[in-house]
Design a protein around this ligand. Sequence first.
Ligand SMILES: *Cc1c(COP(=O)(O)O)cnc(C)c1O
Length: 399
Amino acid sequence: MAVPLLDVNAQNLPLEAELTAAFTRVLRDGRFIMGPDVAELEAEVAAMLGVPHAIGVSSGTDALLLAFMALGLGPGDEVLCPTFTFFATAGTLARTGATPVFVDACPVCFNLDIEDARRKITPKTRAIVPVHLFGQMADLDAVNALAEEHGLRIIEDGAQSIGARRHGAGFGAKSDFATYSFFPSKNLGGFGDGGMVVTGDDELAEKARIMRVHGGKPKYYHHVVGGNFRLDALQAALLRVKLARYGEYTESRRRNAAYYTEKLAQIPGVVIADPSGHCHDAVTQARWLAESGAKLVLPAASPHNDHIWNQFTLRVIGEGRRDALRQHLADRQIGCEVYYPLTMDQQPCFRNLPESSRQGCENAHRLASEVISIPIYPELTRAQRDEVIEAVGAFPNAG
Ligand SMILES: *Cc1c(COP(=O)(O)O)cnc(C)c1O
């Protein structure tokens, strides 16, 4: 039985009647730009996250760009950015003219290594962008402390983590902005591109709302340069249908993750990552890994975190073995993907950045050669999960 990495139809088609009704409502209303559904979705997302302001935008990428523009980041500014992330985090920074300074990754939670971030601060550093990778929030306590010490802005890239919590909160109390994406593969997956910017700051919210419509206020009078960063009314209407079920989707992802963890951990050579105390301590981690004799490491939630499992990402230990597992799964028609094969400091387009922006990312380089993500979407059946587990278990020496 083939198991896809993601099956959007399994989630969307059961909602066909409601989705069609939402489409028809907008069609008949005739207001396709902004309008009541965008405002309603914004209010619903703000309530879910417990944040005063949510601003619907055209994509997760534009959400980042808008947040950076609203904070006035630009040429001469250095911004701490995880090197182990999706391209958009770094790409949008570069587009503002600011210099991304790449920060190494924690080998346990995959998020930014705060000690490395600290080492890379200079008098030009203006902001830090914690990415909540794979559905788990970064250590915002550590980010807050660092930001406070050095007067840095905080922009959370939560594209993969809408609804994830840390100490019960989905938005950092000290953050300026957090951004989200409704790309179909994200946990709240839309029907095309879409995104959201949230903030607790009234002035920043107002600024972002103005910059979303080219910076014009009133219309056609521009004190700042913005862009067309609007979310479509149709997209908002359809997303609201799924937002109403978002809690169930998250529960199912957690159930899938718990099942994988329980079953895969029984295979010889498979260990569960130990997030307690080892996070950000690469030396202790390396020793732990060597002593455990692990060939495959399962992901785990860090203390205080509610993980929402956008991805279930394994680490395959040993030269060339990740690519061998990838081939092995492909041969068995088990969907899998490598997020991400290259770190940002390794990307050809960033070769012109100063050397100091691209150094000291060794843990991330190693992760890029070890990681592989397996199907975790909410509608996976038990038979499908078992199929994935059996395939991983049959990997020579997984084992
Ligand atoms: C998906 C993603 C984005 C970009 O979102 P889009 O909606 O695809 O533009 C940004 N950052 C991260 C970490 C992502 O995973």
